[in-house]
Write a protein that binds this ligand. Structure first.
Ligand code: ADP
Ligand code: MG
Length: 729
């Protein structure tokens, strides 16, 4: 239909009435566009009765079923009648329904009627039941539509009401202008937008649904890729201080003194980074390399090149422990080259300044002053601290360690608002599947370190299944004692700090899997806690060993003291939370016991075990769990034990994790413009869209000739961000 003057921006109220418009607002739907972009979650085939045995308890189900019998009963404690109904599917499986308004509905719900029922699946007296479900007999209009579209809905508005509104609106909507260029649509054989929107809501055949979805996925992929291409363009065109290598400078001196040879990968990535730093536009590079791949050296070499160029470098770590550790390892690597002005310092030496919240007021003031005056060549601190409080004389490079805790936005916040943008080097040990690299990190160039330095020992990982082999628990501790007796050290990792409610929060993790209920829906016992486990080990199986405790709730100076004691070998065993997950480097530790291992994400387990086997002695990681065999939890642990390929685990992790969390990092906490796009299923679309988007932006940087695409960017990342990219051009 054309010529009604109703378009995507039109308000809904005149079309659906005030009450419905208000109800739709509870779903964040206020315009025609928002309504037609509210896609069905799934479809119910009207021709078939829904398989009742396949329903899951707790599920919000919409099913087509036939009424087998119905009977009015008195309510026990109130006046009025209940209607008890039994509905069935083709196979004869049944589910009970209870309607509270028995008198009213008895005339429509009687034996033989086929209808759509929707409600929450529960159990009562050992039988499946729907309590007071939404109920709709097929009406005439339905007869001609083979599929019933099931919408995300809530208590204020039902799926069926949404469906009615959508149909009402589609009837009068002018066909929207298609934002995708003719060229893309033609080459990719995409349905046009108007048709796709109609078909996704009111499909006539299964093929319609696929074609419509495919087309709409393209919109989202293009929106994301355009936003990223624009973001890349916005940063790449900013001026930055060029820091070409300085022959005979600090970097050369460092390379000459390095006690090992760089791996081929370190060399190659180092060359890329050196070239980036020499340019007059900011570097934006992500270096990914498995734990122990040697990223610190790469970062340090970049920092030295910048210091040689007369500028400062900052290294940002996610935690204080890590920041302190980084400062120490940079100082160790630098040796005399890091001791400017100190006894034994080399002539061209620089300084590593540590800036953390645990510094005393005086030391902190001095550190801030050094950063501001330029006396500090390299400043190491936590993200928060440096971002908020530090002024630099001339910041040339920001290195961000362990990017996976970090979104696109935080990255932006780090860029100075000064005239010259600092170069940026992001390091992550979490391998990034290709689609994630193309989306969440799509504004960065990516380098990968694929090999570990020689002489590393393999880590053997074993699952310790207490459900079947309770006696193994004792063997775990015997193993720890053996390692210690051989002069090594061990970690014991627990999912949380303490047992009280206040400690219940899981520290230092952003993994949504953790703390989730088990597969069977039963709540688990509370997870193992550092503060409980440590004394028990001390009194029991590890009695006599020197045991330290480390977790996020310790005061920072205490954390630091514990870490140092462990590094110096003054502790045999460190009982810790995931604070040790990233970056902690104690080559003498050879053994890690992870308690309640099923509570951690796959990539996280991989990170954790990367803490052992960093020296020449072989490492062992024991994943202790009481989850029974043949559960998903156990399969995940077996996967970790079965491979040391971080990329493979990252992919599995992505499959298990709610993808929204990953894509969410693209957006500023607003309601997601991404409804259909999946990083797992749409790899091909995403990579094609990336190519198209880059072409379009190169050709039309302000998207002036592509207003439809500009609008698409707004739909995907929000209008504010769109404006930030487009209004400057
Ligand atoms: P990650 O990539 O996990 O940050 P690090 O940078 O901490 O790894 O390096 C791990 C260890 O390997 C450090 O002790 C570091 O000094 C050492 N290392 C780095 N590069 C090499 C190399 N090319 N040869 C030998 N050892 C190296
Ligand atoms: Mg590191």
């Amino acid at each position: 239909m054309t010529g009604t003057g109703i378009d995507m921006a039109s308000a809904l109220e005149p079309l659906v009435g005030k009450r419905t418009a208000v109800a739709l607002e509870s779903l964040d739907i206020a315009t025609v566009g928002e309504l037609v972009r509210h896609y069905p979650r799934r479809y119910v085939d009207r021709g078939k009765l829904t398989d009742i045995a396949g329903l899951e308890i707790g599920e919000q189900a919409t099913l087509v079923a036939q009424v087998e019998k119905s009977a009015l009963r008195d309510m026990r404690s109130r006046r009025g009648k209940l209607l008890s109904v039994v509905i069935r599917d083709e196979k004869g499986a049944t589910i009970d329904c209870t309607f509270f308004n028995g008198h009213k509905v008895q005339h429509v719900i009687h034996a033989g009627v086929r209808a759509v029922f929707s409600g929450k699946v529960g159990v009562f007296n050992g039988k499946l039941q729907l309590t007071h479900p939404q109920f709709e007999p097929f009406d005439e209009a339905d007869e001609i539509r083979p599929f019933l579209s099931v919408y995300p809905a809530n208590g204020k508005i039902t799926s069926q009401q949404v469906a009615r509104c959508v149909r009402q609106v589609l009837d009068v909507l002018d066909d929207p202008t298609d934002p995708l260029p003719e060229l893309v649509r033609g080459r990719e054989k995409l349905t046009d937008l108007g048709r796709a929107l109609r078909r996704i809501h009111v499909p006539e055949a299964e093929a319609d649904i696929h074609a419509a979805r495919h087309r709409l996925v393209w919109d989202e992929a293009m929106g994301v890729q355009l936003a990223l291409a624009l973001r890349r363009q916005a940063t790449a065109t900013r001026p930055a201080a060029a820091c070409p290598p300085v022959p005979g400078g600090l970097l050369d001196a460092f390379d000459a003194a390095l006690p090992f040879t760089l791996t081929a990968g370190q060399h190659a990535v180092g060359t890329e980074v050196a070239a980036d730093l020499a340019r007059e536009h900011p570097m934006n590079r992500l270096v990914q390399g498995d734990v122990g791949a040697g990223k610190t050296v790469i970062a340090l070499r970049a920092m030295l090149q910048v210091v040689d160029g007369g500028r400062q470098a900052a290294l940002l770590a996610p935690t204080e422990v890590l920041a302190a550790q980084h400062a120490r390892s940079l100082r160790t690597l630098l040796g005399p080259l890091g001791k400017a002005g100190e006894l034994g310092g080399a002539e061209q030496a620089t300084n590593v300044t540590l800036l953390t919240g645990s510094l005393g007021a005086k030391a902190r003031r001095q550190a801030l002053l050094d950063a501001q005056s330029g006396a500090a060549g390299i400043v190491v601190g936590t993200h928060a601290l440096i971002q908020e409080h530090v002024g630099f004389a001339d910041l040339g490079l920001v290195v961000v360690d362990e990017q996976h805790r970090f979104g696109v936005e935080q990255r932006d916040a780090l860029r100075s608002r000064g005239e010259l943008a600092p170069h940026m080097l992001v390091m992550t040990a979490t391998p990034i599947p290709r689609t994630v690299a193309m989306t969440v990190y799509g504004d960065l160039e990516v380098s990968a370190l694929r090999e570990l330095p020689k002489g590393r020992s393999p880590i053997g990982t074993t699952v310790v299944p207490l459900a079947e082999k309770p006696s193994w628990f004792e063997r775990v501790w015997r193993r720890v004692r053996e390692e210690v007796a051989a002069g090594h050290q061990a970690y014991v990792v627990c999912p949380r700090v303490g047992a009280t409610e206040a400690d219940a929060e899981l520290v230092d993790t952003d993994d949504p899997d953790i703390g989730a209920d088990s597969d069977d829906g039963q709540a688990k016992r509370p997870p193992m806690a550092v503060l409980e486990v440590a004394p028990k080990l001390d009194d029991g199986p590890l009695h006599g060993l020197r045991i330290g405790v480390l977790h996020g709730k310790l005061p920072p100076d205490e954390k630091d003291a514990v870490m140092r004691a462990f590094e110096r070998g003054e502790l045999d065993v460190l009982v810790a939370t995931t604070v040790i997950e990233v970056g902690v480097d104690v080559p003498n530790s050879t053994c890690m016991v992870i308690l309640d291992a099923d509570r951690f994400g796959l990539s996280q387990l991989h990170q954790l075990r990367g803490r052992v086997g960093r020296g020449s002695a072989p490492g062992v990681c024991l994943l202790v769990t009481d989850m029974p065999a043949a559960t998903t939890a156990r399969e995940r642990l077996d996967a970790v034990a079965g491979t040391t390929d971080g990329f493979e685990l990252a992919r599995l992790d992505l499959e298990l994790r709610r993808e929204g969390d990953v894509l969410g990092a693209l957006q500023s906490g607003r309601r997601s413009g991404l409804r259909l796009l999946s990083l797992l299923r749409h790899e091909e679309v995403i990579s094609k869209a990336q190519v198209y988007a880059q072409h379009v932006v190169a050709d039309d940087p302000g998207l002036r000739r592509h207003p439809g695409l500009a609008a698409l960017v707004g739909e995907t990342v929000g209008d504010e961000e769109r404006a930030a990219y487009l209004d400057k051009v």
